[in-house]
Design a protein around this ligand. Structure first.
Ligand SMILES: Nc1nc2c(ncn2[C@@H]2O[C@H](COP(=O)(O)OP(=O)(O)O)[C@@H](O)[C@H]2O)c(=O)[nH]1
Ligand SMILES: [Mg+2]
Length: 206
């Protein structure tokens, strides 16, 4: 393990607004989902070591498209792999209307069920708080679709070392997953980056 994975290229491909506007190209896909403002765009920027590949914002609820990024990884033994990172629109934005919420669910559901080569989904939750009802719903619907899910606990830099275990335990309990299925991540400090890239590479091999 602890293989050195490097991201040698990353580029924005497209923003899809329907199943039809997703890229025709097939590549293995790693998907990121979570509440607005949980840190999805920051995570993609951290993984690719790009400052603003995915736009980040202090104002939640902006991204209502499925954004595709083509990423080239290189393993320690110089094997190159192309994949898509897929940034789903954030859910749980309080100011969004019911109609919008339904449209979101339909669109995301369609994408997740359309038979694309999804290797796994990162369900992001804010490490500072217990998962909210919308997080539980999202997680449950991924599991129901038989998609492998990795829970990524974001903004880990905002939690003191002594408080970490308590917060991770609460998330674990609430989602009813093993401790190994939760990865603490800090985009600010790149904590969890090499671990997540390892999971990505392993998902391509299996
Ligand atoms: N301290 C800290 N702030 C973060 C981290 N990740 C994201 N943020 C901040 O949280 C806000 C929302 O992040 P963003 O990536 O746009 O969230 P998104 O809506 O899920 O894409 C921004 O102000 C980020 O700077 C992190 O790991 N640590
Ligand atoms: Mg975003």
């Amino acid at each position: 393990m602890a293989e050195e994975i490097t991201v040698i290229k990353s580029e924005y491909v497209t923003s899809a607004v329907s199943k039809k506007t997703c890229p025709e190209e097939t590549l293995p896909e790693i998907v990121f989902v979570g509440r607005s403002n949980v840190g999805k765009s920051s995570l993609i920027n951290s993984l690719t070591r790009r400052k603003s590949l995915a736009r980040t914002s202090g104002t939640p609820g902006k991204t209502q498209t499925i954004n595709f990024f083509r990423v080239t990884l290189k393993t320690a033994d110089d094997v190159r792999k192309e994949i898509f990172f897929v940034d789903l629109p954030g859910y749980g934005y309080a100011k969004t209307s019911k109609t919008n919420r339904k449209l979101w669910a339909k669109f995301v559901d369609e994408y997740l069920s359309s038979g694309r080569d999804i290797k796994f989904v990162c369900q992001l939750v804010d490490m500072r708080h217990e998962p909210m009802e919308s997080d539980l719903q999202s997680f449950k619907s991924l599991v129901e679709k038989n998609l492998p899910v990795l829970v990524v606990a974001t903004k880990s830099d905002k939690i003191g070392k002594t408080e970490r275990k308590k917060h991770l335990d609460a998330i674990q309990k609430s989602l009813n997953v093993d401790a190994e299925s939760i990865l603490p991540y800090s985009s600010a400090k790149n904590e969890g980056r090499s671990e997540l890239l390892d999971v990505v590479i392993n998902s391509l091999i299996e």
